[in-house]
Design a protein around this ligand. Structure first.
Ligand code: SAM
Length: 185
């Protein structure tokens, strides 16, 4: 079993877009409490690697192919940066990061945009050529511009809308397939 219900979203995207395979290296941004990390670890298996990072610590027990770091993607410290260096290029970058919501929709959307831009910057730096990118974004006026930005970096960009529970009804995922850039294997 998984520590958060949100695992179903990654499962569904994995089914639809064949994202995770044995032996892959995955980077999971906003990884706590650890459902996506755990699911990704199962899918990549013991020959793969999952590097997870979150502001929050987690109690989840991960298999040994997981490296989990408590850190802020905006101010990464040596441990997380070292793991990025060690394992890059990654086959896939996942971001389920979400800001603490304030209830002010302008503030929340602006914070969501900062997170997705940072996720894209990280993906840009450490994705393998042809790699994939999954990112959660709040629907809003900037989401479309961001999708266009993704289209410049990926061969195709899909939109995934999870079957919504009310509190999450504003979130969608963009899936960038086939990174145009980055290093070869
Ligand atoms: N995918 C996770 C799972 O399945 O267990 C759930 C992720 S939760 C919806 C969003 C996470 O993003 C929160 O745990 C939050 O701490 C994290 N987050 C938000 N801003 C962050 C930042 N600047 N750096 C790292 N993590 C961040």
């Amino acid at each position: 079993s998984y520590p958060a219900r949100s695992v179903y979203k990654l499962k569904e995207m994995d089914k639809r877009f064949s994202l995770l395979k044995p032996g892959m290296k995955a980077l999971d941004l906003g990884a706590a409490p650890g459902s996506w990390t755990l699911y990704a670890a199962e899918r990549v298996g013991s020959k793969g690697v999952v590097v997870g990072v979150d502001l929050q610590e987690t109690e989840t027990k991960f298999p040994e192919q997981v490296r989990f770091f408590v850190d802020d993607v905006f101010e990464p410290r040596a441990g997380f940066l070292g793991a990025l260096k060690e394992y890059a290029p990654f086959d896939i970058v996942l971001s389920d990061m979400a800001p603490k919501t304030t209830g002010n929709k302008f503030t929340d959307q602006a914070r969501s945009m900062n997170l997705v831009e940072e996720a894209l910057a990280l993906a840009h730096n450490c994705l393998i050529n042809g790699g994939n990118f999954v990112v959660k974004i709040f629907m809003g006026p900037d989401a479309d511009a961001y999708r266009h930005e993704l289209m410049q970096h990926f061969r195709s960009v899909k939109t995934f809308k999870p079957k919504s529970s009310r509190s999450e009804s504003k979130e969608i995922f963009y899936v960038g397939l086939g990174f145009k850039g980055g290093q070869d294997a």
